[in-house]
Design a protein around this ligand. Structure first.
Ligand SMILES: Nc1nc2c(ncn2[C@@H]2O[C@H](COP(=O)(O)OP(=O)(O)OP(=O)(O)O)[C@@H](O)[C@H]2O)c(=O)[nH]1
Ligand SMILES: [Mg+2]
Length: 324
C-alpha cells in the first residue's frame, strides 16, 4: 500500500466495491502514519457523499442482547431493501480479543446477507482513538451507499458517550430486574438515550418486563428531556419472538421526522462535528505535548516532586505548559 492511488479507492468505494471498502478501513485502522494519511485524504474527498444514512447507536450491559437485537433489526431492514452497515466501539476489544461482534454466530443471517456489512471494533490505545476511527469508517460506509449504520457499544465505561455523539438516535437496551445502578441510571446513560427498549420480553419474563417498563417510565420523568419536542419512550422487544423490532424502528423514524422538522437533526450533526474536531485537537495536543523533548525530559522529575508534595500540581502543570 505504499503507492496509494486515492482515485482508485474513491471510485471503488462509491461503486460499493467491498474490497475497496475493506482496504480503506484497514488503512484507517493502521498504525502507520502513511496509511492513516492516505485514508484521511480518501475520506476527505468522500465527504460530499456522506451523511445520508440513518445513524443508530445501541448500548446496554453485557448480555442484554445487543448483538442478537442487531441481527434481528438488521435482517428486518436488509430485507426491506436497506443497505445496513454494523460497526462497533469496544475499547476493550484489544485486551479481550474482541467481545463485541466477535461472536458472529449472533449475527448468523445478517453476516451473510447481501445488503449487510459487519465490521468489528477497531483497536486503539484510547477510547477517543477507537471512536475517531469508527467515525471515519462510518463515513466510508455512507459513501459506499449504506443507508443504515448500526453502531454497537458495550455499556460499561465512557464508550456510550462517544457513540451517542456520533449517531442520530441512541438506543439503550435494558433487561428487567438487573438492578438500576448496573444498567446505568446513575451513570447518566439514560440521559443520553433517545429511546429505551427493555429486551427479552418473552416467555415467563413478560410480567417482569411490564413492571420494569412502568418503573423506567417513572424514572425518565425525573430526567429533563434534552429536546422540548421529544420525550424518550420506553419500549419492549424480544429477539426470540421478534416482537417489538418494528416498533423500535418506527420510533427511530418518528424521531427523525420530528427532529428534521424542528431543525434539531441538522443542529445535532453540526454540534457533533464541532465536538469531534475539538476531541481531535485535544488528542493531538496531548500527543504533541508528550512527544515534546524538553517537556518529556522534565516529566519524571516534576512528577516526583508533585508526588512528594514538594511542588503543587498547579505550579507543576504551569511549568510544563510553559514549554509549549
Ligand atoms: N430470551 C431471550 N434471550 C435473548 C434475547 N436476546 C438475546 N438473548 C440471549 O441473551 C444472550 C446474550 O445475547 P447477546 O446478543 O450476545 O448480548 P450482547 O448484549 O451482545 O452481549 P455482549 O456482546 O457480550 O455485550 C444470548 O444467549 C442470547 O441468545 C431475547 O430477546 N430473549
Ligand atoms: Mg454483543
Amino acid at each position: 500500500m505504499t503507492d496509494i492511488d486515492p482515485d482508485a479507492y474513491i471510485q471503488g468505494i462509491l461503486a460499493g466495491n467491498r474490497r475497496m471498502i475493506a482496504k480503506t478501513i484497514t488503512m484507517i485502522e493502521s498504525r502507520l502514519v502513511s496509511h492513516q494519511q492516505a485514508a484521511f485524504n480518501i475520506v476527505e474527498q468522500l465527504l460530499p457523499k456522506t451523511g445520508n444514512s440513518i445513524r443508530l447507536g445501541i448500548t446496554g450491559i453485557p448480555g442484554v442482547g445487543k448483538s442478537t437485537f442487531i441481527e434481528n433489526i438488521g435482517v428486518f431492514l436488509a430485507n426491506k431493501g436497506h443497505n445496513v452497515a454494523v460497526l462497533a466501539v469496544d475499547p476493550s476489544s484489544q485486551r479481550s480479543g474482541g467481545s463485541i461482534l466477535g461472536d458472529k454466530t449472533r449475527m448468523e443471517k445478517l453476516s451473510v446477507h447481501k445488503n449487510a456489512f459487519i465490521r468489528p471494533s477497531p483497536t486503539g490505545e484510547t477510547l477517543g482513538g477507537v471512536a475517531a476511527k469508527t467515525r471515519e469508517i462510518m463515513l466510508v460506509c455512507e459513501a459506499a451507499g449504506f443507508d443504515v449504520i448500526l453502531v454497537e457499544t458495550v455499556g460499561v465505561g465512557q464508550s456510550e458517550t462517544e457513540v451517542a455523539s456520533m449517531v442520530d438516535f441512541f438506543l439503550v437496551l435494558m433487561i428487567a430486574g438487573a438492578g438500576d445502578e448496573l444498567q446505568g441510571i446513575k451513570k447518566g446513560v439514560l440521559e443520553l438515550a433517545d429511546g429505551i427498549a427493555i429486551n427479552k420480553a418473552d416467555a415467563n419474563n413478560v410480567t417482569a418486563v411490564e413492571k420494569a417498563k412502568k418503573d423506567l417510565e417513572y424514572a425518565m420523568q425525573l430526567i429533563r428531556p434534552e429536546s422540548p419536542n421529544w420525550s424518550t419512550p420506553v419500549m419492549t422487544c424480544s429477539s426470540v419472538t421478534k416482537g417489538g423490532t418494528r416498533g423500535v424502528w418506527e420510533t427511530v423514524m418518528a424521531h427523525r421526522e420530528t427532529s428534521m422538522q424542528s431543525g434539531e437533526f441538522k443542529q445535532r450533526r453540526r454540534q457533533q462535528s464541532i465536538k469531534w474536531m475539538w476531541a481531535l485537537v485535544d488528542d493531538g495536543l496531548k500527543k504533541f505535548f508528550r512527544e515534546n523533548e524538553a517537556i518529556g525530559n522534565q516529566i519524571p522529575l516534576v512528577s516526583k516532586q508533585v508526588a512528594d508534595g514538594k511542588l503543587s500540581p498547579s505550579v507543576a502543570a504551569k511549568q510544563l505548559l510553559s514549554h509549549l
